[in-house]
Unconditional design. Structure first.
Length: 338
């Protein structure tokens, strides 16, 4: 094992972080496509995911998964949540014991309701699993705008290893040992961003968006606390910070999906017109399952799950939410509402 950082996935965020980390340590970007590897290596571009961005000339891409993982000192997994298990299963044995393997995906696995670090651990139990989260719209970071992320792991030393690879003058990387809170916040905010987009698509204004953000924050905090997360995580970068960015930005894939759902388009039409994955679509159902198993109410997220599953419409979901019984605003930490 050497000091090489391997980034798995040549989408916008994976390519951006590989480009950033290159200034800190040797970095290799694994991609599925020979054509994309050639474009990155020879043209220093990733036109599909980062149009108009010139990549560092020293960034190297490869399609040799086992080869790059066998020499990895740390790994960032920058693939959609539904693809992580299959890719890692094919090469998990190549990763040296004790290697930090951190997920950039913000989702819950369908069928298991596992967080992404749990998926990594189940496939490669010899590694140290963690997550990177925060308000990280890839294009803004790729062009050098100031930003920050949260690097979370139960093992602080592994978190600090990833922090050292990512912390630069334009991207501040903070460390946390609250892996549960970080991942629950990341998965929840994608689903809540769909809800915010739906409200925009229905023609509602700032009050409605603020309502969804604040009550959505309460939902993710309840679930996180019930599962062992720390309250402070949800008021930080991975919680409130990421929720605000994703629920309000036109760059947010999840918000854009919600806007189109609110305008009356079907999910099939929306997903067919985009090659980029909106994690909240895949995670809404599993997140609802996870919340129900923990005995935690997440009414906004539950309605989004029903909308993307075709069980209800945006306007019907709105009526359900607005006609819920009156209650106090404040929740006790970890309270489970029936």
């Amino acid at each position: 094992m050497d000091e090489t950082l391997v980034v798995l996935g040549g989408g916008s965020w994976g390519t951006t972080l590989a480009s950033i980390a290159l200034s800190r340590r040797p970095t290799v970007l694994w991609v599925r496509s020979d054509d994309l590897a050639k474009e990155i290596n020879e043209e220093h571009a990733n036109a599909r995911y980062l149009p108009g961005i010139e990549l560092p000339a020293s960034l190297r891409a490869t399609t040799d998964l086992v080869g790059c993982l066998s020499r990895a000192g740390a790994v960032l997994v920058a693939m959609p949540s539904h693809g992580i298990r299959s890719v890692l299963t094919s090469a998990a044995g190549a990763i040296a014991p004790g290697t930090p393997v951190f997920s950039l995906a913000k989702g819950i696995e369908d069928g298991t309701a596992l967080r992404m670090s749990q998926v990594i651990s189940s496939v490669a139990p010899q590694v140290v699993a963690g997550a990177v989260s925060g308000p990280n719209l890839a294009h803004e970071i790729a062009v050098g705008q100031p930003a920050a992320c949260l690097v979370a792991c139960d093992d602080r030393t592994s978190a600090e290893t990833i922090q050292g690879a990512l912390h630069t003058p334009r991207l501040r990387a903070y460390v946390s040992t609250d892996l549960i809170g970080c991942e629950i916040a990341g998965a929840s905010k994608n689903v809540l961003a769909i809800a915010a987009g739906i409200a925009d698509g229905l023609g509602f204004g700032e009050n409605t968006r603020a309502l969804l953000i604040t009550r959505g924050l309460a939902e993710m905090s309840r679930l996180g606390a019930a599962l062992g997360g720390e309250a402070s995580t949800f008021s930080g970068l991975a919680g409130l910070g990421d929720l605000v960015a994703t629920a309000t930005s036109d760059q947010s894939r999840n918000r854009r999906v919600g806007v189109e759902l609110g305008r009356g388009r079907s999910l099939e039409e929306i997903t067919a017109s985009s090659f980029m994955v909106a994690e909240g679509v895949k995670s809404a159902g599993p997140l609802r399952t996870l919340a129900e198993s923990a005995g935690v109410e997440m009414p906004i997220c539950a309605e989004v799950a029903d909308i993307v599953a075709g069980r209800t419409t945006p306007r019907a979901a709105l009526e359900i939410l607005m006609n819920r019984p009156a209650r106090e605003e404040r929740d006790e930490p970890g309270v489970r509402l029936r």
